[in-house]
Structures are given as C-alpha cells and as structure tokens.
Design a protein around this ligand. Sequence first.
Ligand code: CTP
Length: 130
Amino acid sequence: MKNIITFGTFDVFHVGHLNILRRAKTLGDRLIVGVSSDSLNYRKKYRYPIYAEQDRLDIIKGIRYVDEVFLEESLELKADYIKKYSASVLVMGDDWKGKFDDLSPLVEVVYLERTPSVSTTSVIEVIKTV
Ligand code: CTP
C-alpha cells in the first residue's frame, strides 16, 4: 500500500485544486490531504480563509480521489504528519519547488505543475469586482 500525502488550504475550491488531487492520487494507492487550519492561515497570510476549516475538510473529504483528510495545524510538523500517515510520497505544487527537498530522506518529494490561470486569490479578486 503506497500512501501519498499533500497539503494545502484549498479555500474556495477550484479546478486547480481538483487537478492536483487527481494527479496526486495516480502516484499511489491512498491519498491523504492535510488541510491547513484557519489559525495556521491567519499566521501565514494575516487573513482567515473564506471557507471555515471544517467546511474545507468536508469538501476535500468529498472528492473521490481523496481517502483521508486531517487538519494541518503547523507548517513545522510536515515530517511528523508524513510519519504518522506512513506516507512514501509527498506531493506539492511547483510553486513550492525545492522548498521541501530536505524531507527527501524520509519521503519521495514530487512537485506537480500548477494549473495555469487559476488561484483562490484570483477568484476572490474577480468576485470583488463583480
Ligand atoms: N494548486 C494547483 N494549481 C493552481 C492552484 C493551486 O496545482 N492553479 C495547488 C497548489 O500548488 C497546492 C494545492 O493546489 O498544492 C492547494 O493550493 P492552495 O494554496 O490552497 O490554492 P491557491 O489557489 O494557490 O491559493 P492562494 O491563491 O490563496 O495562494
């Protein structure tokens, strides 16, 4: 059984999120997703996500490619989560390219190309102008 793990906020779910989850799932048997908590987002970006963490967890859990979800409480705990969920592959979008290479003795790190022209930030900006 090959476990894949990935992390993200997944706020205002869009097709870029769907694409990375679908492609991550093809790399193994079980896909486990760490959804970053509201407080982690606040610490990182000085704003809360539009969708609350429980809703973001429920949405990601409802995606057919996802087998398990958990709340990512701290960016510093990636190695602990990888061990806890027995992940052998860590998938990140290529906006993080190189940033997680230090975890490579523990896990295979794969950076997948982001879907062009869509992000939560851009969706929010478009909505603001409507
Ligand atoms: N992602 C992707 N393609 C996109 C947007 C996101 O592959 N167009 C991936 C990211 O690389 C990450 C995961 O989806 O692995 C969750 O990304 P997240 O940061 O939650 O989404 P963004 O749309 O990038 O959010 P923001 O605009 O707030 O940075």
